[in-house]
Write a new protein. Structure first.
Lengths: 101, 969, 413
């Protein structure tokens, strides 16, 4: 069983974790055009190499981020998401109210 | 007459004082305790053990180490058992496999005569004309394929599993492994030493010590094991794979150890290889190490008169060891030319009276009269690697010991990431590229002979200790000493073939060469096309030969050619081992026992068990209808503890819900509940529930039974990015819940409610209150899922049974009855309430299910909002609508029956029931927008292909003004 | 009778000829470059040559012929999917499979064993009925069957009431079949090479040359090739290769593991699948039990196997067939599945002109081999997207229009 180091709980078996998708910068959807928004919803990098991804430690429901090589499965680093997501996020409506503006 | 056993000290692993009787193919044999099936039979001169896969050739022991598939026999409920591993027990019944008639005279052996018409991959080349004929041929082949017989009536007992953690796992208890273990244990590391044989010692147990003074003797080494408290050993235990982070399964009997090691030392030794010549598969022809094992471990003579064939000094050592034991060796065939300087071993062998034939090869082995054993060996001088046919001498013999060279036992190391390299000069494989927490020691590392292998073991121990930080420096590398061990080309082609390269698959030299000729040149294509290496022994004894042949045929080096990927398991392992106890999660609510006591038929909802209805299964429909009627006319109660519950608390609680759900919650008054619809970024409905505001900064949100865990996790993930001031807790299993519904619900509740005004004015529809019921603290939510006056009661889960009991008591005077999931589904359908996952599918968006009202467009953001804006731009293709069939004689549609328009599929039914309340068949279906208006007619195809017409009607079907659930409205 | 085998015994010299292209240098130009010589790539090459007379094709693969997912799948052929688009597509594929051995003169050992999917919950029964109705409507043999019928179809299946997951009903797909997966790719490849297609193994595409929005060449480790059109058919590496052409895809690549036991005398005829318990199993013509289940839970471009999955599959297998506890495991392996958001493939045009996509094959690729070859060949030859594969265009995601097959696939995501 592969081991993964939870930043909160330490080294645990991979069965205690849930993969949560690629890490992407948070955007305001109202500021994106149709195609860009579709890509954000459905498309992904799916890179063969080092990626940043979300993981959840299921027993404690702790979400964190891992830097992992998808070719070798080597986990380079895991860290709290607060390293990347630093501030409280607010959403504003697009100025003209037209999502395609 | 079988030969008597050799005297002691031969027979290291058998107890001469204990006889064991068993049967093989119906005949009784006796052996000694400690014998394997194969050795006991050998001691009784019974060498024929099986019939080969394709040609049904007679086969006997080859490695005597559980590494080949020649010895597969059938035990009761254990087909394909290894006869050279399984110990005989009193009364053991052993059968042979894969023959027609008798093992001695297998009628299928005629296939051997057909061999010329069965070229490599012959099954691809024919058997398909005329079209469809393969279906018949397949049945013919299937009967002949397969080896043992599975016992379909077998009732397994669960095998056991346990975990082990250690600092260093040493795999292999031979000289290298033992030395590494001692080194590590001395330094204080926790060491686990594993060996697949019944005792430690590895090759020390059977190989001739050659009188070397280096290192400790076998006995001393094994004794030393006992001196370390921090050294645990497992014998008769096989490491069956290497998995990420040194996670290694070890199979011992019926137990599976799952070992986590910080460092692993592979001291797995080497696999002796066969020599390839015509008829090299006859019983009696075995590895030199097999002959030595037979003699030293079991005291059994490999035969009356044998020949050793080799291309290295290992053959000489084997011959000497056999001769010293009193076994008659009448010749040694050496492929190499006599060295000019001679060699001590040459003198020793000749002194032992064994003639040596230098620079000779094997033309073929000759079978006995009954064809089931070797009776002679034709040898001849080598000219440019070929045997000179015209100068062949026939040697009489009844056993042949082959010393064809070695391949490191590379499988586990390669699973760990090691790569196989081939040195043309040494004609041998080596392993490189292991991860930095894995080490090699001993012959698997190219270090041979007792002294050096122990030194290499010590070196590996030191390296592992250094990696653990228990030692400052690693070990000094020990030079490889494998020179001359592998002969470059121990392959002697014969015009008439049958020189077996892969015993499991009955593949000859030409099969491999023809594969390359037909364009299957890459080693992986050779394997797949010819099936070389695909049998039970997974290429242990064919990989090297195949690599050599393919390299030669394709003009590449063996290193470039390579071998196919090593995959777990290393040794065949019963499914029972990894199945273990088959643990599957089961969840019961706090009121589970009450349901059982009341005779509920339980159903599974995910891992939960819930009551479907109460009463005997044969009365299903009647019982469900009675429960529905009870709720409509009186009062009923249902355990809804499985419903998800999430606490959302903090100054941003309202803002948080605003973003996660489609509706508006920021301005929701305290004491009110609101429907909460959850969609994903693709605009698809994924869950729903009710959000109850208990305080300005506290919401209690329900979710579906199956969806809550995912909803909760997603909430956390969103907030990890939004960083709102909110705390979210999944309290589903902290609370139990009961829904009490029906015209008499309030009256029942009033009898036990404390600290709350239940009146309609004080506690309106969609209100939330906290209270106590006979002392039990509860949250009360006035909901209308089933369409009657109803209260959902949530209490801390430890009150489950008390809550159930007090409500049943309070309701007795009103005739309260429990109702189950099936009745609830019927009740909600009469109100046309959707069930997410049943009335919605993987693509349903809120517009399609007529839930525009649940969308709050004024919010700047909610999950999925942007996509809804996109979807709105396009016309709806379908809509969920209510339909009714007033004629109860028509067949009732079932969920998923299609709605048709002529020959077109235009929709489907998602829910349907025969409603006694409404005296009609009602249901929900997806239909095109044009047909979704009340009054339209739709055609539904039901079972048997019949068509039924239904009418679209407004929803809810029952109590459209919702006076029943909200009499004040 | 297998008269075709006579010549092997009656001649001294092995009469077999080279089935493919002997190793030779790449030309500087080809009409079409197909990246990926797996089942789909070889199938596309074959139909381009046979149906459209286009033979100036370089069929390239970075490893050996069929060495990607074609070598690693569990060789199940079926068409009991859910959507109208999906069912039509797979139905046509199964029909092509029926005559495939005779089409290219190579026995793919296709057997119509039938496929049984088990329902252990009401939700599953609803879902199976949906599939059965759609299947029947479109001419595919599928029906909902009860426990008694299941017992007749698979007498040794565990139907005990006290099983942890009792079987409630099943979806019986009489058209379900198995075949020898390697033979499919070899048969197509040989047929293509016989017609002049050049197979270049150990040839890796390392760059795509684009001019004015149109593909003009492929850079490989063995040299550059100019070309008129490119098809990418590289299941397990679609995103990686797509990136070479600057194409974004909605694909996530997860390992899918499988395992096989030693060979035994036959006891199981149909293919049996239980999505609920996450396992499917059948017994090959060699007598081995092939066992597979759900995809790995996180993306990885490495075909390693795990003990965890072996444990899950073994436990699940014994739930259905307790007596298989005695069966011995021989080998476990993995492939790389390119999962799409709606479990349907991505076929057709890409944002780059003359660069065609055959991607997103998840766990549904092998069964689609013949039909995807045929339709993609038609697209490459005519420039028009055949109606059958229109629903699978990449553009559908930009319209938020999914062709959702969740529940009808083997992977449980």
């Amino acid at each position: 069983m592969k081991l993964l180091r939870c930043p909160l709980n330490g080294l645990r078996n991979i069965s205690e974790f849930l993969y949560g998708g690629e890490v992407h910068p948070l955007t305001d959807p109202s500021h994106q055009d149709s195609r860009a928004w579709a890509e954000q919803v459905f498309f992904d990098d799916n890179a063969a190499g080092v990626v940043l991804e979300w993981w959840c430690h299921r027993p404690t429901s702790f979400w964190f981020i891992a830097e992992r090589d998808t070719l070798t499965d080597q986990v380079l680093r895991t860290f709290a998401s607060s390293e990347i997501y630093v501030e409280r996020v607010t959403f504003t409506r697009a100025v003209s109210g037209d999502p395609h503006a | 007459m079988p030969e008597p056993r050799l005297p002691e000290p031969y027979g290291l692993w058998v107890d001469r004082t204990q006889t064991v009787t068993f049967t093989f193919e119906g005949q009784s044999y006796s052996g000694l305790r400690g014998d394997t099936i194969a050795t006991a039979l050998a001691a009784n001169d019974q060498w024929l053990l099986s019939r080969s896969f394709k040609y049904h050739r007679p086969r006997g022991l080859l490695t005597l180490a559980g590494q080949d598939a020649n010895t597969l026999v059938q035990l009761s409920s254990d087909p394909n058992a290894l006869a050279d591993r399984v110990l005989i027990t009193e009364g053991l019944v052993v059968q042979a496999q894969n023959f027609s008639g008798t093992l001695k005279r297998d009628r299928n052996a005629i296939l051997g005569w057909l061999a010329p018409f069965l070229p490599v991959a012959f099954y691809y080349k024919a058997f398909f004309r005329p079209r469809g004929i393969w279906q018949l041929w397949a049945r013919f082949f299937r009967k002949r394929a397969g080896l043992g017989v599975i016992d379909q009536g077998f009732k397994p007992k669960r095998f056991t599993q346990s975990h082990r953690h250690c600092d260093i796992l040493v795999i292999g208890g031979g000289p290298a492994g033992l030395a590494a273990s001692f080194e590590a244990a001395e330094a204080g590391a926790d060491v686990l030493l594993v060996d697949e044989n019944v005792a430690l010692g590895g090759s020390l147990n059977y190989a001739d010590a050659a009188g070397s003074a280096d290192g400790l003797t076998r006995a001393a080494l094994i004794e030393r094991v006992e001196q370390f408290e921090n050294l645990e050993t497992l014998t008769g235990a096989i490491c069956n794979g290497w998995y990420a982070d040194n996670w290694i399964p070890v199979v011992q009997g019926e137990h599976l150890f799952k070992v986590r090691a910080r460092q692993v030392i592979f001291a797995t030794g080497s696999l002796e290889q066969p020599v390839v010549f015509r008829n090299n598969d006859l019983p009696g022809i075995m590895m030199s190490s097999a002959a030595m094992r037979l003699v030293r471990l079991y005291g059994v003579q490999p035969g009356r008169q044998g020949v050793v064939v080799c291309g290295s000094w290992e053959g000489y050592r084997a011959a000497l060891m056999l001769a010293r034991a009193g076994v008659s060796v009448s010749g040694l065939i050496d492929f190499r030319a006599r060295p000019d300087d001679g060699h001590a071993l040459i003198d020793q062998v000749q002194s032992a009276g064994i003639p040596i034939w230098f620079e000779h090869g094997v033309d073929q082995a000759i079978a006995s009269v009954d064809q089931n054993h070797v009776a002679g060996l034709d040898v001849g001088p080598l000219q440019a690697g070929q045997v000179a046919r015209d100068r062949v001498t026939r040697l009489t013999c009844d056993f042949v010991a082959m010393a064809g060279g070695y391949v490191p036992t590379y499988q586990l190391a390669c699973q760990a990431g090691g790569r196989l390299l081939y040195d043309d000069a040494l004609a041998a494989f080596s392993i490189a590229g292991l991860p930095d927490d894995c080490w090699l020691a001993g012959s698997v590392n190219g270090v041979w002979h007792e002294g050096p292998t122990q030194a290499d073991g010590i070196r590996a121990g030191k390296d592992a200790l250094q990696a653990l930080g228990l030692m400052a420096e690693g070990g000094e590398p020990v030079p490889e000493t494998g020179e001359g061990l592998n002969y470059v080309w121990p392959i002697f082609a014969h015009a008439s073939g049958k020189e077996f390269v892969d015993f499991d698959e009955d593949l000859q030299i030409n099969d491999i060469l023809n594969a390359t000729r037909e364009g299957y040149e890459h080693i992986q294509l050779v394997k797949r096309y010819s099936t070389a290496g695909m049998g039970p022994s997974q290429g242990r004894h064919s990989a090297l030969t195949v690599a050599r042949l393919v390299a030669d045929a394709t003009g590449k080096t063996v290193a470039e050619t390579g071998v196919t990927t090593a995959r777990p398991p290393f040794a065949a392992e019963q499914l029972a081992h990894t199945a273990g106890r088959g643990f599957f999660l089961t969840r019961h609510t706090a009121m589970h026992h009450r349901h059982i006591e009341l005779g509920a038929q339980m159903m599974q909802a995910g891992a939960w068990f819930r009551p479907a209805f109460y009463g005997p299964a044969v009365e299903k429909n009647a019982r469900i209808q009675a429960e529905i009627n009870q709720v409509r006319r009186g009062v009923g109660m249902i355990d809804v503890s499985t419903l998800g519950g999430i606490e959302v608390r903090g100054t941003d609680a309202g803002e948080f819900l605003n973003r996660v759900y489609t509706g508006g919650f920021k301005k929701q008054p305290v004491g009110k509940a609101r429907y909460a619809l959850l969609i994903n970024e693709a605009g698809v409905v994924v869950d729903d529930g009710v959000a109850c505001r208990l305080h300005e900064t506290h919401f209690y949100v329900t979710a579906t039974t199956g969806g809550v865990d995912s909803v909760y996790r997603n909430m956390l993930k969103w907030n990890a990015q939004w960083r709102l001031k909110v705390d979210i807790a999944n309290v589903t299993s902290a609370y139990c819940a009961i829904n009490i519904a029906g015209p008499k619900a309030r009256a029942v509740l009033a009898r036990v409610a404390e600290n709350v005004d239940l009146s309609a004015e004080a506690f309106p529809y969609m209100g939330v209150r906290t209270a106590t019921l006979a002392g039990v603290p509860v949250r009360l939510i006035r909901v209308g899922f089933v369409g009657e006056l109803g209260f959902e009661i949530h209490a801390p889960q430890q009150y489950g049974e008390a809550l159930w009991d007090l409500l049943m008591a309070a309701g007795e005077a009103s005739g309260i009855q429990p109702f189950g999931v099936e009745a609830q589904r019927g009740l909600r359908l009469e109100k046309a309430h959707i069930i997410v996952g049943q009335d919605t599918d993987a693509m349903s968006n809120p517009f399609e299910i007529q839930m525009d009202w649940a969308l709050s467009r004024k919010k700047p953001y909610f999950v999925g909002h942007r996509t809804l804006q996109e979807l709105e731009q396009r016309p709806l293709t379908r809509v969920l609508a209510g339909f009714m069939i007033k004629d109860l004689n028509r067949p009732q549609p079932l969920e998923s029956h299609l709605v048709l328009d002529g020959n077109q599929m235009i929709g489907r039914v998602t829910s349907c029931m025969t409603s006694q309340t409404l005296n009609a068949i009602i249901g929900l279906a997806y239909v095109p927008v044009a047909l979704a208006k009340p009054g339209c007619r739709i055609t539904i195809k039901v079972d048997g292909g019949h068509h039924v017409t239904a009418e679209i009607v407004p929803t809810p079907f029952y109590d459209p003004e919702s006076h029943r659930q909200d009499p004040e409205s | 009778m297998p008269f075709g085998l006579l010549k092997y015994g009656l001649r001294k010299q092995h009469p077999g000829q080279h089935h493919f292209t002997p190793t030779k240098p790449l030309k500087s130009h080809y009409d079409v470059v197909i990246i990926g010589a797996g089942g789909h790539g070889c199938s596309i090459a074959y139909y381009l040559a046979k149906h459209h007379g286009i033979t100036d094709i370089a069929l390239i693969d970075k490893a050996y012929l069929g060495g990607g997912n074609t070598a690693r799948n569990t060789a199940v052929i079926r068409s009991n999917y859910l959507t109208e688009s999906g069912v039509n597509f797979y139905r046509d594929s199964v029909a092509l499979y029926q005559g495939l051995s005779n089409e290219f003169g190579y026995n793919i050992m296709m057997e119509n064993r039938g496929q049984l999917t088990l329902a252990h919950s009401d939700a599953a029964i609803r879902s199976f009925r949906w599939r059965a109705e759609v299947n029947q409507h479109l001419g595919v043999r599928s029906e909902l069957v009860d426990r008694q019928t299941i017992q007749e179809l698979v007498p040794n299946l565990n139907l005990a009431d006290d099983a942890r997951f009792p079987v409630l009903a099943g979806l019986w797909h009489a058209d379900g079949a198995t075949a020898r997966h390697d033979a499919v790719v070899w048969g197509y490849a040989r047929g293509a090479c016989q017609r002049g297609v050049e197979l270049h193994q150990l040839t890796e595409a390392q760059g795509i040359e684009i001019e004015a929005g149109r593909v003009v060449g492929v850079r490989t480790n063995r040299g550059k090739i100019a070309c008129g059109a490119v098809v990418q058919a590289v299941a397990g590496a679609s995103s990686v290769v797509g990136k070479l052409a600057g194409i974004k895809l909605p694909i996530h690549s997860f390992p899918l593991q499988a395992m096989v036991t030693q060979p035994y005398k036959p006891v199981l005829t149909p293919h049996v699948s239980s999505p609920h318990v996450h396992v499917y199993i059948h017994q090959t013509s060699r007598g081995e039990f092939v066992i597979g289940g759900g995809s790995d839970p996180y993306p990885l471009y490495h075909t390693r196997a795990t003990l965890d999955q072996r444990e899950i599959l073994s436990a699940a297998t014994l739930e259905l067939f307790p007596f298989l506890a005695q069966a011995k495991l021989l080998r476990q392996w993995a492939g790389t599945t390119d999962m799409t958001p709606d479990y349907s493939p991505i076929m057709g045009l890409s944002p780059v002109e003359n660069y065609y996509l055959d991607a997103g094959w998840g766990t549904w690729g092998f069964k689609a081999t013949p039909i995807s070859g045929q339709t993609m060949a038609e697209l490459v030859a005519t420039g028009k997207v055949p109606a059958l594969i229109q629903p699978f265009e990449l553009e559908r995601f930009y319209r938020f229009q999914q062709v959702n097959e969740a529940g009808a696939t083997a992977a449980s995501h």
